[in-house]
Design a protein around this ligand. Sequence first.
Ligand SMILES: [Zn+2]
Length: 78
Amino acid sequence: MTRPQKIAFGEMRAAGVRNVLIYCTDYMCGHCIMVPDDADRWPDELRVSDIEDKFVCTACGQRGADIRPDWTTTKTRA
Ligand SMILES: [Zn+2]
């Protein structure tokens, strides 16, 4: 399976996104963690998709994750 290339961390930060959401790829598990300010750990040129394989789900042990920028953090909530 080939993964689509995703946004780079630098682009994400430029868009004002500070958090990433890490989803388990096992749909039966569906474990999701939000990682606040975690983007600062990774260099600007690194793509979100480049590190997905490095994550192991803490709930079920599935290797690989679906990492998405948390776009909701760019908006002010009512
Ligand atoms: Zn899982």
